[in-house]
Ligand binder design. Structure first.
Ligand SMILES: Cc1cc2nc3c(=O)[nH]c(=O)nc-3n(C[C@H](O)[C@H](O)[C@H](O)COP(=O)(O)OP(=O)(O)OC[C@H]3O[C@@H](n4cnc5c(N)ncnc54)[C@H](O)[C@@H]3O)c2cc1C
Length: 521
């Protein structure tokens, strides 16, 4: 396990010392970091430039599923489904501690129907038959050796046992099928950390403002300097790649609400609400001790920087929950929204637009990637990296099937908070908890240690309090009041590590408050 540090300051300095790379990757989301890892482990010299923080874009705002996507089956997107399901096997190995198997219960009601199913097949006995056939196809598309059990039919009693709050009127029974979940932000940090362990330079707070051809390569402009690279990959998610127009992407917003698990009677199973007013499915998922409800799917035209969940989104989600579950008034503990950057700009609506990724070579050697799923980041990255390698006449093939992510190798999540976040690297965190003053102190949320703050600065390039409360941990998302009340202490430890003056610490606390507020937290 690498004990090497990864600090913003060091990597910024390395950028100044060596501003010439084989490949510059713009964007530190799951795709950008995945591409960096793939290319670096092929023996190329890679820099990742992220304008705010790693995972600050959609990659910390997803529904956090490693899945094929049951709703893509009736849309006949078998390739997309199969790719995701087959990738689960790889993720369970290379990212074991970030891969948590999860069973989903799908209730079948007499009259309610199934999203995306043709009207003649959407209700009653036919719905059961179609759903059973669809889930069997789902299992088959996943191939042999996929983690989790094959789908099985449930009686009405069994459905009610797994999801006790489901309304029983018209309930015929249902099915259970297997997928998996993760912590998306931690996945991205682990990917970036792994790329760094293999030699990449990875710098947050480095916005690429322009990409221009210079000789045989490119010059990438960031605030106060130029970075040179032989090839460039822009994996900028919902943001336009430097040099291209924002209108080349269709954006859709997906909102989520987090509520207390007890309020929806959630146990170990996730629940699929089989049909929404706009003909989709909704998930209620146990995540980090809470219930995560999502998602909406609506066209978005605002700024991609902080997509917020509005009152209408919350009402839509909670109304649908109340339609299917017997619940009292639900209280949103927090909300978050992510933006899908859909390459399919011709689609009639965002819900039916293709989720496949698209790679465009804006000019020879400058690749722009959009769309795709978190689950298939490795495969997307390998395809992009193949094109970059071909352009650079570099013959090495992708090795990421065999490259464990930082912290992997110690087995799946086992309930220990530190192991769930850091895998085997929890040992590095524990060491810091021992050596940093007060490092072993548990913060008010009851699951975060002060020593993790020092670790985030020293080993995960955190530079602001929100980097810690929103992305290195999910403190602010899971308990915004505690994120606020713990912020001064977090700022103290961070300030010590980063050399903040008292005035700078006060400014950082204000920035933290501002970021939580703009995120609607
Ligand atoms: C609501 C929602 C739910 C989803 N749920 C799932 C799910 O459960 N499972 C699944 O498999 N997939 C899911 N997805 C899809 C998946 O989350 C995304 O496809 C994936 O996170 C996109 O990653 P990315 O790296 O392309 O984009 P991002 O994560 O947005 O990363 C792009 C990065 O580029 C940076 N950037 C932009 N411009 C610049 C610049 N000029 N200079 C430097 N940096 C720049 C941004 O700050 C950002 O950090 C979901 C998507 C949405 C919207």
């Amino acid at each position: 396990m690498s004990q090497e540090s990864w600090t913003h300051r060091e990597h910024r300095a390395r950028l100044s010392q060596n501003s010439s790379f084989d490949v510059a990757v713009i964007g530190g989301g799951v795709i950008g970091c995945g591409v960096a890892l793939d290319l670096q482990t092929r023996g190329l010299n890679v820099v990742v430039l992220e304008q705010t923080d790693f995972a600050a874009g959609t990659s910390s705002r997803s529904t956090k599923l490693f899945h094929g996507g049951i709703r893509y089956l009736p849309q006949f997107r078998f390739h997309l489904v199969s790719e995701g399901l087959r990738e689960q096997r790889v993720l369970a190995r290379v990212a074991d501690y970030l891969f948590e198997p999860l069973e989903f219960v799908v209730p079948v009601y007499d009259q309610l129907g199934l999203a995306d199913a043709p009207a003649w097949a959407a209700t009653g006995r036919r719905a059961s038959f179609i759903l059973g056939a669809g889930l069997t196809l789902y299992d088959l598309l996943g191939g042999i050796g996929r983690p989790g059990e094959r789908n099985r039919r449930l009686s009405k009693v069994e459905v009610t046992k797994a999801a006790p709050r489901l309304r029983s009127e018209g309930l015929r029974g249902g099915f259970v099928y297997s997928d998996a979940q993760t912590d998306d932000a931690r996945l991205v940090i682990a990917l970036a950390r792994t790329a760094v362990d293999h030699g990449s330079v990875a710098v947050n707070r480095a916005r690429a403002t322009n990409v221009t051809r210079a000789g045989n390569g490119f010059e990438i402009e960031i605030a106060d300097q130029q970075v040179r690279a032989r090839s460039v990959v822009a994996a900028t998610g919902a943001f336009a790649a430097p040099g291209s127009s924002p209108s080349s992407l269709l954006l859709s917003k997906g909102a989520h609400v987090i509520v207390a698990k007890d309020e929806v009677g959630l146990g170990e199973h996730a629940i699929v609400l089989p049909k929404t007013d706009d003909g989709r499915v909704l998930f209620i998922i146990p995540w980090a001790g809470h219930a995560l409800i999502g998602t909406t799917d609506s066209k978005y035209t605002g700024s991609p920087m902080h997509p917020v969940v509005d009152q209408a989104d919350v009402e839509y989600l909670l109304e649908h929950v109340a339609r299917f579950l017997e619940v009292g008034p639900l209280q949103a503990l927090s909300t978050f929204a992510g933006l899908r950057a859909l390459a399919d700009t011709e689609a009639e609506n965002t819900a039916t637009a293709s989720r496949e990724h698209a790679v465009r070579e804006a000019e020879p050697g400058y690749f722009q990637v959009a769309g795709g799923k978190l689950t298939t980041y490795r495969r997307i990255a390998a395809k992009v990296a193949d094109r970059v390698a071909r352009y650079l006449s570099h013959s090495a093939k992708s090795r990421t099937l065999q490259v464990p992510l930082a912290g992997a190798g110690g087995g799946g999540p086992d309930g220990d908070a530190l192991r769930t976040r850091y895998g085997t690297r929890a040992e590095v965190v524990r060491e810091m908890m021992r050596t940093v003053a007060g490092g072993g102190r548990l913060l008010a949320d009851g699951r975060t240690y002060l020593g993790e703050v020092a670790h985030a600065v020293e080993h995960e390039s955190a530079t602001t309090i929100a980097d810690f409360t929103l992305r290195r941990t999910r403190l602010a998302l899971l308990s915004r009041d505690h994120a606020r009340s713990d912020a001064p202490e977090i700022g103290q430890v961070m300030g010590n590590a980063l050399g903040w003056t008292p005035a700078e610490r006060a400014r950082q606390l204000d920035l933290h408050e501002a970021e939580l507020t703009v995120e609607g937290l």
